[in-house]
Structure formats: C-alpha cells, structure tokens
Design a protein around this ligand. Structure first.
Ligand SMILES: Nc1ncnc2c1ncn2[C@@H]1O[C@H](COP(=O)(O)OP(=O)(O)O)[C@@H](O)[C@H]1O
Ligand SMILES: [Mg+2]
Length: 375
C-alpha cells in the first residue's frame, strides 16, 4: 500500500479517538493502539491518540499522545489536526456522554476530518436495519424485543429453543437460552440456561410465568432481544461459530479481511474465549462436519453473505463505516446465519488476520484522506 499516494505534502495523519482518563491519561486498549501506531510507522503514516476533550477542530493542531517506539513512552505534544479519525472510544457508557457526543457530531459535520465508525451498534437496531428486504432477512434469525410474557410465549410456540440477549451486551454477558422440552406424557418443561463467567447453569420450570419471572429477575432493567435459536454445527459435540472481520480497502470497498472460528466451551452457551471457548480453523471445523467439498462451498458462501450483510448494515445505518466484525453461525444443514455485527471489533488473535487488519485501516485512511468530503 502506497501512503505516498496521499495528496498532501505532509504525511497522512490518523488520530485514534478515545476519551480522557484521569488515572491513565486516556482510555482504551493501549496495546492495540501501539500496534496501529507501528503499522502506520511502517507504512509512512503518522498515527497518534487524541482524546475527545483535546480534539478541537477549529485549530490546525491538536494536543495528542504520541508513542515513542524506542523509549516505549507516551508523550503529549502538539500534532497536526488528523486527516482521518479512527473512533475507538471503548464503551457505550463513555460514548453517550454529552461532551463526547458533541465531539463526534462535530467530526461528522467537519469538512476537514473524516471520522469512520461513529457509534456502537445495538442489537435491536441492527435487526431493524436488517429487516428491510427478504434477501437479507433470510440470513437473520427471527428476532423480537423481549417486551412481555406474550412475546416469550409466541416465540416458544414457533421455535424449540430461543436465545435471550441484552441489546447492549457483548462477550456473552447476560445471555440466556430457553428450551421447550415436551415430555412423553405431553407435559411441557422449560429449561433456562444462564451464562456465567466461563460456566453456565440451568434451571427447570413447568410454568411459563415462573420462567418469565426468573428472566425478569436476571435481566433487571436491561433491554433484551429474543431470538430464534439456531442449532449450530459442532465439533466433538461443541457448537462453533464463525467470526468475520470486514474492512474497507484502499479503494473504499468492503472486503473480508479474514474469518476465524470459535468453538464453545464445554459448559457454555456461547463461543467466547473468556467463557471457555477456543480458537480454531474454520476450514478444518467445516470439513469435519460437512466434508471437504461442501466445507469449501460453505466458506465461500460465508464470505459472500458477510459482504452482503456489511453493505446492508452500512446502507441502512446511514453511518460512515470502515470496519466491522460479524458473528455468523452455520447450522446442521450448512445454512449461514447472522448473529451480530460489531462496529468496534475486538482484536483478532489469528496473526494473519491481525496483520492484514492493521494494514487495511491505514489503506482505508489514505483513501478517505484523498476524498473530498461531501455532505
Ligand atoms: N440465536 C442463536 N442461536 C444459537 N446460538 C446463538 C444465538 N445467538 C447467539 N448465539 C451464540 O452466542 C454467541 C454470542 O451471541 P452474540 O449475539 O454474538 O452476543 P455477544 O454480543 O454477547 O457476543 C454467538 O456467537 C453464538 O455462539
Ligand atoms: Mg458476539
């Protein structure tokens, strides 16, 4: 990638946007910031950290945190106003603060700087966005807002098991799984499994009102979605799913940077690594389940589906996006399902995906900086 293709004489400047932190100067994952700063260094771009309180678009310069590779120290110094702003405000709680919102909005309006990925997605809005056309909807499990016992009842009538997920959740936090079991006598039992740190436990109920009360107790006042459960393909009886990283390239179009697989922990209802899940190779897992030929086709379809969904999310969200991660499931028939997309992707542990992802952020930034910002 040729950063010198950048139209200005000075090097391309990328500001990693985060919030100030009284204890440690700025919030967010320093290791990840350093990785991007290094990638910028290798590709001839200047990358530094800017906080939402220091970013003033009226001046030509900003107070920024620069990382000295030799001394491994952060220095606060005046730097040119960035051409591109990579939003890595780490949490929703920080993102919704009014001064933070003001800075984000000012960046969106600004004619000088390009900000991408302005906000976190929330799970319900995401499903509203994707509910537009039958071509997109067919990849999305049936999803409703968990607003009443009646919704729970109607979803359980339609599907043998369902997932309950906090709208603003991540990393498996607060997820529950509810299964309807019909006994030989015809009686119904409900099995409610609740995800804990790395484990999960379940409780059995015979009465749906009791299930509803238990769920209400668990979810407290958080908003939840209720979703059709998908019987995922599995490896050694452990379900797995796929995590795709989608990014825009130096030509400004979406591309799949990489696809990884996560296998669920032994007693987990999700596949997250902190909850006992493990990383594996998607091709290997799919081959075990479907044989080499079908596995290859599924992987190709995963790529094209992920691209289709990314384009659709971007169009309907009306936000400027440069990257997203996506959780996709493959069911026992090899059908692909969309679980969620994340506008603040976590680091991919697969080294080849990680490396490419950093190069692409720089490449896309060059593309943005060379583009005239039109409103
Ligand atoms: N509808 C579902 N059917 C089957 N498994 C699901 C369903 N929804 C989520 N899961 C499992 O739980 C994991 C976490 O769900 P996800 O929607 O990605 O929430 P989080 O934001 O907590 O990561 C998924 O990667 C998948 O393994
Ligand atoms: Mg997820």
């Amino acid at each position: 990638m040729d950063v010198s293709a950048h139209k200005k004489q000075q090097p391309l400047c990328i500001g990693i946007l985060t919030t100030p932190d009284p204890k440690r100067q700025f919030s967010g994952n320093r290791e990840n910031f350093i990785d991007l700063i290094k990638a910028g260094y290798e590709q001839g771009a200047l990358v530094y950290v800017v906080t939402t309180s220091d970013l003033k678009l009226s001046g030509k310069q900003v107070q920024a945190y620069c990382y000295q590779l030799a001394s491994k120290k952060w220095n606060k110094q005046l730097m040119p106003l960035p051409d591109v702003i990579y939003n890595r405000i780490p949490t929703r709680r920080l993102e919704i603060q009014s001064d933070v919102q003001r800075t984000i909005q000012a960046c969106i309006r600004s004619k000088q700087v390009h900000l991408f990925n302005p906000f976190f997605f929330d799970k319900w809005t995401l499903f509203e966005w994707l509910d537009q056309s039958p071509e997109i909807r067919k990849y999305v499990p049936v999803t409703k807002q968990l607003s009443s016992q009646a919704v729970l009842e109607s979803m359980l009538k339609r599907f043998p098991f369902i997932y309950l997920k906090p709208v603003e959740g991540k990393a498996g936090k607060g997820i529950m799984r509810l299964e309807r079991i019909t006994k030989k006598s015809g009686a119904q039992t409900y099995k409610l499994t609740m995800q804990e740190t790395a484990d999960s436990h379940y409780e059995l109920f015979t009465n749906l009102s009791d299930v509803w009360n238990r769920i209400a107790e668990n979810k407290k006042d958080e908003n939840y979605i209720i979703q059709q459960g998908i019987l995922l393909s599995n490896f050694n009886k452990r379900p797995f799913d796929l995590r795709a990283l989608l990014q825009k390239t130096s030509k400004g179009t979406w591309s799949v940077t990489g696809i990884g697989a996560r296998v669920a922990g032994k007693r987990s209802i999700t596949t997250h690594v902190p909850r006992g899940g493990s990383i594996d190779d998607p091709a290997r897992l799919l081959e075990k389940s479907f044989g080499p030929l079908k596995a290859k086709r599924i992987l190709q379809r995963t790529r094209s589906t992920a691209l289709l969904m990314a384009n659709s999310v971007e169009q309907t969200s009306k936000q400027k996006l440069g990257e997203m991660s996506m959780d996709l499931g493959v069911d026992l028939d090899g059908r692909i399902w969309f679980f969620e997309a994340n506008s603040k992707p976590m680091k991919f542990d697969e080294p080849h995906i990680r490396k490419k992802s950093l190069t692409r952020i720089i490449g896309y930034s060059v593309y943005l900086a060379n583009k005239n910002k039109t409103k």
